[in-house]
Each structure stands twice: as C-alpha cells, then as structure tokens.
Design a protein around this ligand. Structure first.
Ligand SMILES: Nc1nc2c(ncn2[C@@H]2O[C@H](COP(=O)(O)OP(=O)(O)OP(=O)(O)O)[C@@H](O)[C@H]2O)c(=O)[nH]1
Length: 830
C-alpha cells in the first residue's frame, strides 16, 4: 500500500504519516512510497496504542473547561469504538463502498450522538498533528489537554482560533478553516453525490445542536442568518439591523481560491473584495482564482492574518509519475525520435523502417499514419515517433513531456554536419536523451563515414571505435541497408537504459498528435507510458477529458487496450488536446471534468497574470527565489568569431553562484527553433548583430521568451551581469515602429544610394532610428536621412505605401534588404 493510500484511509495527510513513519524509524521518501506489510502492521499498532491512550485516560489530558458536557468523554469513547470498527471495515472494503459506509456511519451516529462535532473531531484521530507538525506526540497531547477541548477525548485539534469561525460559520467555515478537513469534506460529498442533500441537512442539524440548536443555515434566508450568533458575538451591543458578521482574525489557506471563496472565508461582501483587489492593482471577477500571495495581501487589507500552508496539490499528485515497486515493473519498448538536417533522409529512414519491419510482417497490412508506429525485431518492440524534426520533439518537451528515450541523429554521409544537425544534438543533450548516429546515404559515391565521425567529435559525439561512447551505424535509407543493425543498436541502448513500466499501474502518457476528425470528433494519438489504457477509461489530457470510445493502433486495427510504450489513436475526448499534453486516467468523470475546468481557469489566470519565464528584467528576483540556478542561453551571432567570443565571455560570468550555460549557439537569424528551445529549457535568446525571423519574433512574443539583441559584445556582457546582480536598468525599451522592404536601388551621384521601399508593417519616419537587415543580420544601425513619397519629402510613410529613402552615412543598400524602424521608449522602473 502506498503512503498516500494509507494516509487517506486513516484520514490523515501523507505528510503527517511520513512524519509518524520517520519517528518510528520507518523511513519513506515520499507519499508515493510503498509501505510493506511490516510497516503497515507497526503503524496500525501505533495508531491503536495512541487511540487506546487517548480514549482510556481522558482525564489525564486535562479537565474539560466546558460544563454541562459530562457525557462527552463517554461519547467520544464510544465514538472511538465505532471509529475503530469503521476503520476495520474500511480496510476491507472497496474505496467507494468505503465512502458509502462512511456516510452511512455518519447518519447512523447522528441519531445517537448529541454532539456531532465531537464526532467530527474524533472522526480524524490525529487531526491535531497537522497543526503540531514536528512536535513530539506527547507534547501534542499536552497541548490538547491545555486547550480545554478534552471533552472530545483530547483528540480534537485545539481550535482556539477555529472556534470563532466554527461559531460564526458552521459548518463550511469550519471546513475552510482546516484545509485538510475541507478536502475531506469535499471528497465525501463529491464521491457520494446521492447522500449529499440529506447528509448536508444532517450536518447542519448537527451543527445546530452544537450551537444549542439554531444555526441551521440551510433553512434560513440569506443575509438573515442566525441572530443568536450575533448575540453571542456581541452580547451587549444593541443591534438594529443585521450587521455584516465580523471576519475571522486568522485563516489558513493552502491553494489559490476564487474571489467568491475568499469573500466567503473572510466573511466579506464579494463586491467589497473585488474593490479591495482593484486597490491592490488586480482586476478580478467573482469566479476568478487569485493566488495565495494575493489572498495574503487581501488579508492585510482586512486585518486578517492569512496562514498559507504547504499546498496539497492533488493535481500534481495525480500527474506525478508514480514511484513503482521495482518488482512489479516490466520492460517496455523504447520510444525513438529521428532528428537531423533537412534532406538528410529522416522521412526516408522512417519509411524504410516501417516498410521493412511492418508491412512485411503484416499480411497486406497498410500502416496507419497516426504519428507513431511500432516495429518488432528479435521479438522485441520499438516505438518510433513518426514526426521527424526536432521541432516536434522540443514542442513536447516545452509542454513538459519527456517521451523520447533514444534519438536517432541522421547525418547524410555526403553532406556532413550541418546547422540543424548541431541543433538536434543540442536539443537531445538538453533533454538528456542518448543519441545514436545513423550515417545515411552511404550508397553515394562521395559518402565519407570518417569525415562525419570527425565532424561530430567536435560536438561531443565520439564514435565507440574511436574511444568514445556514441554508436555510429552506417545506413542507406533509400537502399534499405543497415536498417536491422540500427534497430539492434536501439535495442542495445534501450537495454542499458532499463526502460520499465507497470502495466497494471494507473494509465498515463502523452498526446503525440491530435486533430479534429469531421466524422469521429477529436482524435488523438497517445503514447501510453505507464499502465494499460482501455476502451471505456476516462481520460484527462490537458484541458480536455472524455471516455475512450474507440482505440485504433498503428496498423489501423481497433484494439481494446494498449500497454506501456504503445501508440494508439483514441476517440472520445471532448476537445482536441495539444501535442505534448500529458494524459491520465480517472475513475470519476465528474472529477475529470472539474480538473479540466480548474486547469482552464488556471491558464486564463496565468495568461492574465505575470509571465513565468526567465527574463533579464526579473532574473535577479528569480535567482533570489531559487527558481533559477543556471541561466540557459541560446546564442546567435552574425559570424562564428562573435559566437565564440561571446560564449567565452558569457561562460566566465559567475555571480551569486549562478552561471551562464550556453545550450545552443549558431550563426544567422534567430529562428523559431531557437525560441522553442528557449521555451523548453526556460532560457533566454541573445542575438548579436542578428534579428529574429518574423515568425520567431511573433513566437517569442506569444511564448514570452526574452530575446535580447546587441551590437556590441561588451554591452551584452554588461547587461547580463547587471541583470544577475539585480541592477539592470529597465528604463528604456526598444519598440519596433515599422518594417519596409527594399525593392529597388538607384545610385545618384552626390546623394548616394537611394532605396525604393515598400512599407510592410507599421511606418517609416524621417530622422528615425533604423537598422538595415540582410538575411537576418544587422548590417547597419543609424538614422533615416531622407524620406520621400514621389518627389516630396515625407515625415512618415505608412504600411502599404512605397517610398524612397537614404540612410545617414551609408550607401551599401541592396534589393531584398529590410529596414527596421525603432524607437527607445521609456518604461516604468521596477
Ligand atoms: N542516395 C540516397 N538518397 C537518399 C537516402 N536517403 C534519403 N535519400 C534522398 O534524400 C532526399 C531527402 O530525403 P528525406 O527523407 O526527404 O529527407 P528528410 O531529412 O526527411 O528531409 P526533410 O523532411 O525536408 O527534413 C530524398 O530525395 C531521398 O530520396 C539514401 O540512403 N541514399
């Protein structure tokens, strides 16, 4: 049994259980750790001992201060007995039945027991541990005794603060005040919808009896709740109209909450909360989620102390790759991606593998292009992602999915190492994925295997036969030579990597491809990474969910289930997920829907909120907060010399233990691929005398990747150092005003070269700052000297118009060059 399962069964948090375990010298690493029988027996015993101790000697725990409750210790005692029985039953029942019996138990006990809250407290034998973490158990016992709550057998949390809230806001506030109870309360309600109404009603009645029979909120009109409560709060103050109840002094939260929830917790009018948020500079709607920082700030406004507890992130728990018991793991096929330079033969190789290994074995089998396929060699399977190019690979990584186990780097033997080869190597290295080099086109007369080996040595890939660790396989994808050897090498590398999964675990994996099929609705190719996905399973993927209606494998066959590393196309999701989204199977459709809703809310909030990526502007803050350890940099420059010089200088920077790590470097314009790599590695892009390609610029903007462009190496170094020291001066920011294309040039003596331009974007301005860009490289930076429309001088020329211009002291203007007009704009200092 896993720690979290046991904890759940005993209604304590995993953290509490881990603390208990470590005190008993039964160390576990986290909530996913497996508890063996011996551990379970010991902890069971511990719990029994604790219970016995508390229930048999209530008097020792401190005399109850409250009078008129002489029955209580007895009650609690009796209650404990039934708890034990329940727990015992629970252990033997299915989780769902368990919940039912839990609810039934509540109803049943309600009849017997006047003090439902005593039940509520004792329902969770070690509730107090949450507030007393790190303190010895005995001490906790003492505290309980002192708190005067021993009427509930000393096991309840001493709700000195809670009491206010309990009284003012039964039962919800009580639950809100104690995060764990809230979670549990919700859970019980969610999992057992059928009993929700009556159970709630009873809950209210019970609360009522606790509050001497009156606080039944459910039966009262809103706004006129419980005058007695007011009396109790301010017994002497005469009141003429129902006042807004006084808010709590202190609240505990563990996660972001919607404005409405916060208002409820603080006991304020929602409109007032929204107003306060506005004063704090936050525009929020009633259902918008606000983060814990904002709630704390808000608390400050209302004089409410907000305690933020370590969040219990159920979603993260769900997405967490389970730490499986090694004995139940089985080998799984490797998942392979093919990368390499344009035209080096990636597609041909993918086809060659598929044709030799798939169609040959399947009678008349036509492979289905679902974005991935499996082949079998020596009775072992290999999964290939059928999306060549590193863009697909890094797009997935950028979404947090690591699906690739091995990368095949295709290098054409007649062409050698090219820019995209290097990019591919850097992408694979950044993802820590082993590389096998397939030297392709060896059938060509000018193929030179040794030259490739030599060239790749410079990029850290040294062939085994040269004393290195990289496997090189000479192949001809076209002639289908060397394919078997390549596949065998893949198996070899995968053996070393010990790729394992639990076919019986919770099914989870990654979306490889997805599209909207007119006839079938959203169709997604998924790679199962753990567990076995079955038709009928409820799947949550990114912001979408649904029940798997049908599954088709890579051979176009309908299948009922798919195990680890199997690619299948699934039908049944409510919407089209993104490639790279991770999926996980849920038992409960409502929970799945709730999760996707929560995610989309979160996304919306994130989109509206601050960017989370590394930027030079908040680098210092992120370093201080420990979010950035290494500053990942993608470096692009006009010439190789600058790349080297800049890299050398950058890597010498070491400020406050943070180092600059150049993860990719190259010559030429900043491309989309650079931006994707920056996204995947949370890095920034430095351009030295180069500009981003138009699409790359747009992508950087939408992905919020910080792209910094420099003309002088010294400035780049200085700015980076300043950013790392938190001394970056963010007073000015460059704003692009317009772009124009040079369509023609004329040489005029005395004047120089005049460029006939067409404004493609924004506008051009006379005397404005501009730069001349040729093939993504900045050739000139200066000012527009003259700007004319036909014969007349123009102050500015707008998009879609032609114009003639000259640049200040510069004549090397060529057709096809780009003029970029910019201005430095003052921005507010931080
Ligand atoms: N002679 C020879 N030609 C090959 C071989 N493999 C691929 N080619 C040829 O090289 C060209 C490019 O191959 P592709 O498979 O399209 O290359 P790619 O890497 O997928 O290219 P992109 O999809 O553009 O990135 C095609 O004309 C292939 O026929 C080979 O082993 N030998």
């Amino acid at each position: 049994m896993r720690v979290y399962e046991y904890a759940k069964q005993h209604e304590i948090t995993s953290k509490e259980l881990i603390t208990i375990l470590s005190r008993m010298n039964l160390s576990v690493s986290n909530h996913m750790s497996v508890m063996d029988d011996e551990m379970i027996t010991k902890v069971d015993q511990f719990f029994r001992d604790m219970k016995a101790k508390h229930s048999t000697k209530p008097g020792d725990q401190g005399k109850p201060q409250a009078t008129g409750h002489q029955e209580k210790p007895k009650q609690a005692h009796r209650d404990n007995g039934s708890r034990q029985e329940q727990q015992h039953q629970r252990k033997q029942t299915h989780p769902q039945q368990r919940n039912q019996s839990h609810s039934r138990g509540n109803e049943h006990m309600n009849g017997k027991q006047p003090n439902a809250n005593a039940r509520k407290h004792t329902d969770r034998p070690f509730a107090n541990t949450s507030n007393n973490q790190g303190k010895p158990m005995q001490q906790q016992g003492k505290q309980q005794g002192q708190s005067g709550q021993s009427g509930q057998s000393g096991q309840s949390k001493p709700p000195v603060v809670n009491q206010n809230i309990v009284m003012n806001y039964q039962p919800d506030a009580f639950e809100l005040d104690d995060d764990k109870k809230q979670v549990r309360g919700e859970k019980i309600k969610k999992q057992k919808p059928g009993v929700r109404g009556p159970a709630d009603g009873k809950e209210a009645n019970r609360s009522g009896s606790f509050n001497k029979g009156g606080n039944n909120r459910n039966n009262m009109p809103k706004g006129k709740q419980d005058p007695r409560r007011r009396d109790r709060q301010q017994p002497t103050a005469p009141q003429t109209r129902p006042a807004v109840p006084e808010g709590p002094k202190k609240v505990s939260i563990d996660s972001p909450m919607t404005v409405a929830e916060v208002a409820k917790l603080f006991k304020k009018e929602t409109a007032d909360v929204i107003k306060k948020l506005l004063f704090l500079g936050m525009m929020a709607t009633i259902n918008q989620e606000i983060d814990t920082d904002a709630i704390e700030l808000l608390g400050g406004e209302y004089n409410i102390e907000v305690e933020v507890r370590a969040p219990r992130d159920e979603e993260a728990e769900d997405m967490l790759v389970e730490e499986e018991d090694p004995s139940i793991l089985v080998n799984r096929p490797p998942v392979v991606t093919i990368m390499g330079h344009v035209d080096h033969g990636k597609t041909t190789l993918l086809d060659a593998i598929r044709e030799t290994k798939v169609t040959a074995t399947e009678a008349g089998g036509i492979t289905q292009h679902i974005g991935a396929y499996q082949v079998e060699i020596n009775n072992r399977k290999i999964t290939f992602l059928d999306t060549p190019g590193h863009a697909a690979f890094t797009t997935m990584r950028a979404r947090g999915a690591q699906v690739t186990d091995i990368t095949i780097l295709v290098v054409a033997a007649d062409d050698g190492v090219m820019p995209q080869t290097v990019e591919a190597i850097n992408h694979a290295k950044a993802a820590n994925v082993p590389i096998i080099v397939a030297v392709n086109k060896i059938d060509k007369p000018d193929a030179n295997l040794d030259r490739i080996k030599q060239e790749l040595t410079e990029h850290g890939l040294v062939a085994e036969e040269w004393g290195g660790e990289t496997i090189f396989v000479p192949i001809s994808a076209l002639k289908k030579q060397g394919i078997e050897e390549l596949l065998e090498m893949i198996l070899l590398v995968s053996e070393m990597a010990e790729l394992r999964a639990n076919p019986d675990g919770r099914p989870r994996g990654t979306i490889i491809e997805a599209q909207l099929d007119k006839a079938r609705g959203p169709a997604a190719t998924v790679l199962v990474q753990n567990g076995t996905l079955k038709v009928g399973d409820i799947v949550v993927a990114g912001m979408t969910y649904g029940r798997v209606r049908a599954m088709v494998n890579d051979r176009g066959r309908r299948v009922k289930e798919a195990g680890p590393s199997a690619p299948v196309e699934i039908i049944g999701l409510s919407d089209v997920p993104h490639a790279g989204d991770q999926f996980v199977v849920y038992d409960d459709e409502r929970k799945a829907r709730a999760l996707t809703e929560k995610r989309s809310n979160k996304l919306r909030a994130a989109e509206m909120g601050a960017q989370t990526r590394v930027t030079l502007d908040d680098l210092y803050k992120q370093i201080q907060e420990g979010q950035v350890k290494d500053l990942n940099v993608i470096l692009k420059a006009d010439v190789q010399g600058s790349v080297e010089a800049l890299r050398g200088a950058l890597e010498k920077i070491d400020i406050a233990g943070v180092r600059v790590r150049v993860i990719h470097q190259g010559v030429g314009a900043i491309t989309e691929s650079d931006i994707i790599l920056a996204t995947a590695s949370n890095g920034i892009v430095l351009g030295f005398n180069v500009r981003p390609e138009p699409n790359a610029g747009k992508m950087a903007e939408s992905e919020k990747v910080d792209v910094r462009l420099y003309r002088v190496i010294y400035t780049a170094i200085e700015e980076l150092e300043a950013a790392m020291k938190g001394m970056l001066d963010p007073e000015y920011k460059e704003v692009i005003i317009g772009h124009a294309e040079i369509r023609q040039t004329f040489k005029v003596s005395k004047v120089g070269t005049i460029a006939g331009c067409y404004v493609t974007e924004g506008k051009l301005e006379r005397n404005g700052d501009c730069r001349l860009i040729r093939n993504g490289i900045v050739i000139y930076e200066g000012k527009v000297e003259t700007l004319k429309r036909f014969k007349d001088d123009a102050r500015e020329v707008l998009t879609g118009f032609e114009c003639g211009l000259t640049l200040e002291r510069f004549n090397d203007l060529k057709e096809g060059d780009m003029i970029e007009m910019f201005a430095m704009e003052a921005v507010k200092a931080h």
